[in-house]
Every structure is written in structure tokens, then in C-alpha cells.
Design a protein around this ligand. Sequence first.
Ligand code: C2E
Ligand code: MG
Ligand code: MG
Ligand code: MG
Length: 284
Amino acid sequence: AKNTYKGNNYMFFDAELSKKIERKNEIGFLLRRADYDKELVLYYQPQYNTQDHSLVGMEALLRWIQPEKGFIGPGEFIPIAEESGDIIEIGEWVINRAMDQIKKWNETFSSNLKVSINVSPLQIQKSNFVSWFREKLYEKNVDAQWIDLEITEGSAMAPDSANEEVFASFAQMGVTTSIDDFGTGYASLHYIKKFDFNRLKIAKELIDNIYEDKNAKLIVQAIIMMAKGMGLKTIAEGVEDMKQFQILKMLNCDEIQGYIFGKPVPAEEFEREHLNNKMNKHIS
Ligand code: C2E
Ligand code: MG
Ligand code: MG
Ligand code: MG
């Protein structure tokens, strides 16, 4: 019971906790006054076809280089931005930059590649998000078919008709949608089919254990079979080694994203590593 702890223990935990709160407040403060164009940058990570190893697209992943603190990971600052509401403005910046990049790549490489953009549930729940997005496509003259939106399994998938409408609107626009981190949240299989989306991204947590843990493999197999039955594509995220890759290939997972094919890198590096040489040399 708690009251058996010595006073020192309480002091220790208090100190840890206040350090965490302090860091969180500091990041929130720095993010609020950040100059996005100077401090934020999009990295891109490739997505490859499992069977023929062709490049199918890339995910835009946000990086923040804070002038004094250096690199701060999205795993740390995105939740803070979601809490403060700054994610709306950050998310708009991300979509603007990603669309510019798509435009550029389509012109330079005439590549039929999709850029996946992460959107926060808060963004899509904002009432004018769909019309804002449609206007952006028009303004930047970007073809909707080159964009995929990744939405994390979670509140965006609550059985709510407003959420259903958002997915339906994007489908109508020709923008595809993926459910991110599938298998870790609470999307129920019962209503998942209500949402008009295109692809399931199987969570890294499941992929991590795919050859040590028989249950993880069975779950991944079941997800892939279910997705196929529903006409959805599957992509495995966080694939790091050949053993995982072989199992996913055997299970007929459509696409692979992970360090095995490449880490997230700046656009210029992505061009050198993946666009000038569409076939990946490392995988045979
Ligand atoms: P996510 O969307 O699930 O992105 C995949 C994460 O897994 C990325 O982490 C990526 O670098 C990492 N990853 C990919 N392959 C491997 C692998 O083989 N091994 C390992 N160890 N990791 C791998 P990252 O870039 O740190 O992003 C973390 C999360 O932050 C993202 O998870 C996403 O939820 C969020 N995020 C990133 N950029 C944005 C953004 O522009 N908007 C929003 N709303 N969220 C973003
Ligand atoms: Mg994602
Ligand atoms: Mg993910
Ligand atoms: Mg994630």
C-alpha cells in the first residue's frame, strides 16, 4: 500500500513528475512561438510493394529542429500540439508542404507515387476540414489521386456519423485513406466497415513480434485476410529485417514500410535513394 513508502520515495516521484511537466510545458511554449518554415521539415519514408519490390509511395513524417534544443521527435511534440490545439495550424503547414512536394515530384519524376500524410483526429473533426482540403487541392493544382491520408485508429473511428461523412467525402474527392497503427487501438471490427477507407496499416507493435510470438503472427494473418475480404489494401509498418519481410510476403501483405527499405529522410535524399533508382537493390 502507498502509505508504506518512505517520505523519500514520494519526493523522488514528485521530482520525476515535475521534471516531466516542466519539459512538457517548455515544449508547448517553444512550439507556440516556433517559426514553422524555419524549424519544421518533412522527411519521407518509402513504401514498397511486397511482391515486386516496386516503390508505391512515401509517408511524410514531421521533424522539428528547435534552434536551442535541437531535434525533438514527433512522438513527443505531436501529442502536446494536440492538447494545445496547435496541431490544427501545424497540420495545415504539413499539408501545404506535402502538396508542394507532390507537385514537384510529379513534374520532375513523372512518378505515379502517393504521398501519405498523417492527420490528427482533431484536424478531421474540425468542421471545415474537408472543404479547406478541397480548396487546397484546387489552389495548388494537385491531383487528388496522389494523396493518401493516414488517420490513427482511435477517436476518428468512433461510430459517429460526422466521422463517417469525412471518410466518404475524401473517397468522393479521390483521396485515399489509411487507418494507421491498426491493431493497437480500439476500432471495433463490427463498425470498421462503416468507414469508406482504402488501406490498413498494421501496427509496428504487431510486426515486431511476428516471428517470436505465434499469436502476433496469427493476428496479422487474420487482419490481412479480413482486409482482403473487404477489398482493403494492407501495409505493414516498422519492418526491419528479412525474417519479418518473408513472413509478410507469405501472408500476402500488399506493401511494406520500414527500415528494411529505408528510414525517413529529407526530400533530396529520398530522390537520390528511391526515385532515381526505383528498384531497391538490397532486397532480393
Ligand atoms: P506513424 O504515423 O505511425 O509513423 C510511423 C513511425 O514509425 C515513424 O516514427 C517512423 O519513423 C517509424 N518507423 C518506420 N519504420 C520503422 C522501422 O522499421 N523501425 C522503427 N524503429 N521505426 C520505424 P516518427 O517519424 O517518429 O513519427 C511518430 C509518430 O508521430 C507518427 O507515427 C505519427 O503518429 C506522428 N506524426 C509524424 N508526423 C506527423 C504529422 O505530420 N502529422 C501528425 N498528425 N502526426 C505526425
Ligand atoms: Mg502514419
Ligand atoms: Mg503508424
Ligand atoms: Mg504511430
